[in-house]
Structures are given as structure tokens and as C-alpha cells.
Design a protein around this ligand. Structure first.
Ligand code: FES
Ligand SMILES: [Fe+2]
Length: 345
């Protein structure tokens, strides 16, 4: 699990004023709350006294009271008060860790750093917007997966599973087509752009373009686990972002955002998007959890095909990030500046 990145901790609306919200990111227990100004704060969810989760305590103004002995913690993580000492005195170095937080596109992002990368170099990733500035409708969904993060990321960047895991949704299984995609390097990942894409005759694409007009698609992968797709057909624009977050070694959450600039506010479209998005996520969850089962028996993979190259780059990008944090000199980006990969789906 990689430190030095922003991760989604929760949907903004789930962090309610006056409440403490417990979550876990990268094996670290975290408590989220809104201070009196409405700003979301994130603290280590573990009292520095005897380790009770602070999320089991009480929010009092801008601070949290531990339920065991009433120690009071500020949003900065500082311990303001230990009642047993009287007069509001607090023991020195009794603070808990606080995390940088930012709300973006309806999600609460928390920066998980370490001593090598204590503060974020950039704000969290943003959901794209149409070039013409047209307003968009948005939909958000989350799903937990009982697997390590890497298998979930592999799944989203894998082109070869689509006809098998999602039959009839994105492709018609019985008409396999040779694909040739040019990939380019991004500072934190890779991109492939396709123009004049002939869309399969499935309900997803019929909604996007009733006449199945040729589309332009852009698919990005960004570290540590962000899959971003945009579709353009004339003035119609749609985007999907899947953010994969490691909660622990063997549990992961997928946070899914969809946005579109057409038929906005039309109830059946929102319903359909939720139905299809939920179905796709369920299908991916099932296969990833099955993969995790197989790896209990033996942890080895054959990533030798061109369609597996993206999973190989993902692993090299992880090492690249760790090497960068460790200050290894003369590093080269592991993705070629430009390369064409071929497969049949
Ligand atoms: S455990 Fe929190 S105050 Fe004692
Ligand atoms: Fe999938």
C-alpha cells in the first residue's frame, strides 16, 4: 500500500455535521468529522492515552472527547486537555496524527503521507468536465471488495476481461474484434486515446448515442489506482472515474463517479446509470474476489500477453514511486513515451 497519495475516505454526504465517522485507509484507522465551519477534519482514530478509538467518543465543537478518560483532541491532533490533571493541562506529546483533507467532486480525499512525503505536492485528482463548459449530472457509488488493491486495479486496466465478465454490456461476446491501441506516458500513469470508435450496439452506447455515431474515447490510468474514461460523441460527453482504495492488505473499496452532459435530470437515465454501473461493479467484484481465492493456493501470475502489459506497467509504476521517495538517482519512467499494443476483444 503506497503512501504519498490522496485517497478517497468517504462520500462527502456521509460525513454529517455533529457526527464522528470511522474509516480505515492503508491499514490506518481514521476518524472524520466536520468542524463548526463545516470543514472536514481527519485524525488518527486511536486515543494516544490507552488506544480507544476516538470515533467511539463525542464531538464537542471543534474537538473530540475520548470516552475513556475524557482527553480532548483538536483537529490539529493536539491533546488540549486531560481532565485527570486538572486545569485543562494536557500531557506533552500526547497528540494524535492529523491528516490533510480536501473535499472534491463529492468525495472526501485524505492525503496519506509518511516522513518522506509528509505533505501533498498537488491537490487531489479532479473529475473531468466537458470542453464546452456545459453543466453535468453526476452519480456516485461505492463498493467493498474482499481482495488486495492490486487485483482490483488490474481489473480496471485490463481490456481482455470485458466480453467475459461483462457480457452484453460493453461488447457483444460473439463478435471479437482485433484492437490496436496507442498508449502514451503520463507523469503518474498512462493514456490511450481512440477516435472514430465504432460503438457496439448495447444499451450503454445506445443511451450515449442513439444513432451509434463514432466516438472519441480517452482512457487514463493514474497512480495509485485511478481509472478515468471520457467519451465524446458530437456535443454529448460522458465520463467515468473509478478510484481504487486499499483499506487493508485484503480489503479494498471502489469509488465510482459517473458524469454526463445530456438528458440531464431525466430520472430514467439516472436510474439506468445506477443499474448498469452497479451491475458492472458487482461483476468486477466477483471476479476479483475469485482471483484472491486462487492466490491463497499459489501466488503467481502469467503477465506475458500484450493485454497484460498495463498490469506490468502498474507494478513498475509502484516501484518507480517507491524509488523516487527513497531518493534513488537517475530514475526513468517505466512506461514508454509511446507504444502500440494489440489484442482481440
Ligand atoms: S484512553 Fe483515551 S483518555 Fe484514556
Ligand atoms: Fe470490468
Amino acid at each position: 500500500m503506497l503512501e504519498g497519495f490522496w485517497y478517497i475516505a468517504a462520500e462527502c454526504r456521509r460525513v454529517r455535521p455533529g457526527r464522528l465517522t470511522a474509516t480505515t485507509l492503508l491499514n490506518q484507522p481514521i476518524v472524520l468529522f466536520r468542524d463548526r465551519s463545516g470543514t472536514v477534519q481527519a485524525l488518527e482514530d486511536r486515543c494516544s492515552h490507552r488506544g480507544v478509538p476516538l470515533s467511539s467518543g463525542r464531538l464537542d465543537g471543534d474537538s473530540i472527547l475520548c470516552p475513556y478518560h475524557g482527553w480532548r483532541f483538536a483537529a490539529s491532533g493536539a491533546c488540549l486537555e486531560a481532565p485527570v490533571l486538572g486545569n485543562g493541562a494536557a500531557p506533552k506529546s500526547a497528540g494524535v496524527r492529523s491528516y490533510p483533507v480536501q473535499e472534491q467532486d463529492g468525495w472526501v480525499w485524505v492525503y496519506m503521507g509518511n516522513e518522506r512525503c509528509p505533505t501533498p505536492e498537488a491537490p487531489p485528482p479532479t473529475f473531468p468536465v466537458p470542453a464546452d463548459g456545459s453543466p453535468i449530472s453526476m452519480l456516485r457509488m461505492s463498493m467493498s471488495v474482499k481482495s488486495r488493491m492490486d487485483f482490483a486495479v488490474d481489473n480496471f486496466i485490463d481490456p481482455a476481461h470485458v466480453p467475459f465478465v461483462h457480457p452484453g454490456i460493453f461488447r457483444q461476446q460473439h463478435v471479437p474484434r482485433p484492437k490496436e491501441k496507442e498508449f502514451t506516458r503520463l507523469p503518474q500513469g498512462f493514456r490511450t486515446v481512440s477516435t472514430n470508435v465504432l460503438l457496439p450496439n448495447t444499451i450503454v452506447f445506445r443511451v450515449l448515442t442513439p444513432t451509434l455515431a463514432p466516438a472519441k474515447t480517452t482512457v487514463d490510468f493514474l497512480m495509485p489506482g485511478i481509472h478515468l474514461e471520457t467519451f465524446e460523441v458530437g456535443a454529448r460527453w460522458g465520463a467515468i472515474m473509478v478510484v481504487v482504495t486499499p483499506l487493508s492488505e485484503d480489503s479494498t473499496r471502489l469509488d465510482f463517479t459517473m458524469g454526463w452532459n445530456f438528458l440531464r435530470g431525466v430520472f430514467p437515465l439516472v436510474w439506468l446509470a445506477r443499474l448498469i454501473g452497479g451491475t458492472v461493479l458487482q461483476q468486477d467484484r466477483r471476479i476479483v474476489e475469485l482471483q484472491e481465492q486462487g492466490h491463497r493456493h499459489k501466488s503467481a501470475m502469467n503477465l506475458s500477453l500484450e493485454s497484460d502489459q498495463l498490469a506490468v506497467w502498474y507494478r513498475r509504476l509502484q516501484k518507480y514511486h517507491l524509488d523516487k521517495l527513497a531518493g534513488v538517482p537517475n530514475l526513468t519512467h517505466p512506461v514508454p513515451e509511446k507504444i502500440t499494443l494489440r489484442w482481440i476483444t
